[in-house]
Design a protein around this ligand. Sequence first.
Ligand SMILES: Cc1ncc(COP(=O)(O)O)c(C=O)c1O
Length: 421
Amino acid sequence: MNVPLNPLLQRLQPYPFERLRALFSGITPNPAFSPINLGIGEPRHPTPPVLRDALHAAIERPDGGLAVYPATAGTPALRQACARWVQRRYGVALDPDTQVLPTLGSREALFALAQVVIDPRAFASGQQPIVVCPNPFYQIYEGAALLAGAQPWYAPSDPARNFAVDWEQVPAEVWARTRLLYACSPGNPTGAVMPLDEWERLFALSDRYGFVIASDECYSEIYFRDTPPLGALQAAAALGRTTFERLIVLTSLSKRSNAPGLRSGFVAGDAELIRAFTLYRTYHGSAMSVAVQQASAAAWEDEAHVQANRALYRKKFDRITPLLAQVLDVRLPDAGFYLWAGVPGGDDVAFARALYAQYNVTVLPGRYLARDVGGHNPGAGRVRLALVAELDECLQAADRIVRFVRAAAPIPTPPSCPNQP
Ligand SMILES: Cc1ncc(COP(=O)(O)O)c(C=O)c1O
């Protein structure tokens, strides 16, 4: 093609699902089994009536509906509903006019935020600014860094601490160039929740080096312990950081309310960042439809459906985790809807391929969710299982995985694994 395009597009990595498609190409899965997909983390419980009904009603309302251009900042009613939710959930008081901004889910906001924060000309020496992210991680962080003209830096994680990021291992010269840090708590893929002392360390680093922290919290409402996951706003408030300096939190209805198709979330935190983000989004054109805003406000105000949703996940994880623990290195995560399981033999790619071929179950090789650093890929040897389908289907999948591992002849390594980094 001769059209001159943004060369940074060439630096984007194939998305994990593209790599999975390439891995499975040419395989005809065993026709004795119906397909079960644990590869994609798309919520599949039904969207609750409280949200669906509000959306129907909103479309009919003359002041809502589809006949008006929405404002980038959203309606006061939605921002207030979001702030009330933060108050109930985290005990943190926000000013809905300056510290809250609706977004179209968290993915686009994670990406767009880098456009606001990163100045690609930041360093006269020609050094690129750095965006630090966990490893393994949600791939949007990397794409956001690359397209903003920054260099992603993959922070080492510690398998012995359930892949918690070891921030101490990030060198001072990296922090000195860091402009943005993505944290993910509860984490995808590990489900690990960051404790208060980890937040304290990160805030201290942000104070010293001046970088922005973007805290991705879209799994916060699906948890398996008695105490709900700590949020970054809550951690900041507990540490006396009441203006949330350089902190922005991203959350979403996709998982909390089983509404990935609604495209609704919000960001909250530092008023200066929110103001700049609102300006950026005015030009980007990412305002939320008023009808979607009205449905979203109804969803944020209701906790009954969230409790019911959590109960479904708890039941599922209680049943499935011990079954899989018979054959895989797996345990109940703190939160989220993934199991992050070590596979026998340690070859996640070969495991996923053979499981698909023999039992028609799709799982995601862990190395597709991480990057090689120093010749080591922290996702290697693990697979991510998204327990998003109904219980029966997940039970069937678990049963097949147990049979697969027990029956396993040594798993053959495919002759060439496409798209290995
Ligand atoms: C860690 C993480 N962040 C953000 C998202 C984006 O979700 P949404 O845009 O639906 O809010 C996902 C989706 O799977 C995710 O896993």
